[in-house]
Ligand binder design. Structure first.
Ligand code: TXA
Ligand code: MG
Length: 315
């Protein structure tokens, strides 16, 4: 079992000693280690059972720190960082040689993120190194949004979980890269397409390239619960699966089912995002055969929610 607590000094000394610590962020909990210490980075891949071709995001307290590890910052990246850092936005930037190929899986870019959580900001500000941190879940499973989620799956592999409460956003960061200087969204997340476009104008979206080895997180079947999930019109799917015990994951509507989660009865997408991963984890534990889910409105945060639901259904 891992200890769950809010002792930044303890987290700091473990990280300095090359150990891993689960850290809270506004998106999801991360499994953090010293990004400059290859043995700590290796432990991250091992604890998550993550293939080494899937690069890690590096967390820093601010843009100045990010520039210690990156070069050729595009103007649009600077604008986005000024507007949305700290916040749920990861920028893919040209890496300097102080970031190992192990962290980036051999790519010449590194994902840089400045998380908006007071405990993790304080921790990052007190360290002399950045933190590599993927979501703190076994590879391919739903991301954790509470300390207990981390404890349940990785508690026997790490000694400390820094408790920052439930994640405010509840869905991972938006990933933006630059190709020929032009911004491209590689993963929908906590910063919406509209928010990105509000700063840099029209952006390309490349979130569906399932065969793209550059972004394994874009694989169909990622972010998936253990149970089979089907996505569509809930009433129709309930008829289709009438003989089975079904769990229902709806956006607003109450289907009067014994095993159901309503993401946001009042129809707020931010509330739906906050609840999504907890709901999937809870449904996974229920005595049901399949999870029947419906897409949410495909605007704002809804795009990120629908993206995760589609991938969960693709398992
Ligand atoms: O909100 C988040 O981003 C959370 C918190 C902990 O910060 N982190 C997170 O990390 O979601 P992870 O490792 O679970 O997902 C990161 C995704 C992966 O799909 C990875 O393939 C992609 O980012 N990625 C990382 N570096 C990349 C790079 N240089 N080029 C392309 N994709 C990259
Ligand atoms: Mg992940």
């Amino acid at each position: 079992m891992a200890e769950i607590g809010s002792d930044i000094e303890k987290a700091k000394s473990l990280l300095i000693a090359g150990e891993l610590v689960a850290i809270p962020t506004e998106t999801v909990y991360g499994l953090a280690g010293n990004a400059l210490d290859l043995s700590a980075v290796t432990k991250i891949f091992e604890v998550k059972s993550r293939p080494q071709f899937d690069p890690l995001i590096v967390h820093v307290p601010n843009l100045i720190a990010a520039q210690q590890y990156t070069t050729n910052l595009p103007d649009q990246a600077r604008l986005l960082a000024h507007k949305y850092w700290p916040g749920p936005l990861t920028l893919l930037l040209k890496k300097k040689s102080n970031i190992s190929d192990l962290v980036t899986s051999g790519l010449d870019t590194v994902g840089m993120r400045c998380p908006d959580h007071p405990l993790t900001q304080a921790l990052l500000g007190s360290l002399t190194f950045p933190l590599a941190a993927p979501s703190a879940n076994p590879f391919g499973y739903v991301s954790p949004t509470r300390p207990q989620h981390v404890e349940e799956q990785l508690g026997n592999r790490i000694s400390y979980i820094l408790d920052g409460g439930p994640s405010k956003i509840g869905i991972e960061s938006t990933i933006v890269g630059f190709e020929d200087g032009l911004p491209v969204i590689f993963r929908f997340g906590g910063i919406t397409l509209e928010q990105v476009e509000g700063v840099v104008g029209t952006v390309a979206v490349r979130t569906n390239s399932t065969s793209n080895p550059k972004s394994p997180g874009q694989l169909v079947g990622h972010y998936a619960p253990g149970k089979k999930l089907v996505l569509g019109n809930i009433s129709e799917l309930m008829r289709l699966h009438a003989g089975k015990s079904c769990g229902i994951l709806s956006y607003q509507h109450d289907f009067q089912s014994r095993f159901q989660f309503i993401l946001s009865p009042s129809g707020q997408l931010n509330e739906a995002a906050q609840n999504l991963f907890s709901a999937l984890r809870n449904l996974d534990k229920m005595p049901i055969e399949i999870i029947i889910a419906e897409p949410v409105p495909d605007i704002g945060l809804g795009k990120a929610i629908n993206d995760r639901l589609k991938r969960a259904a693709g398992r």
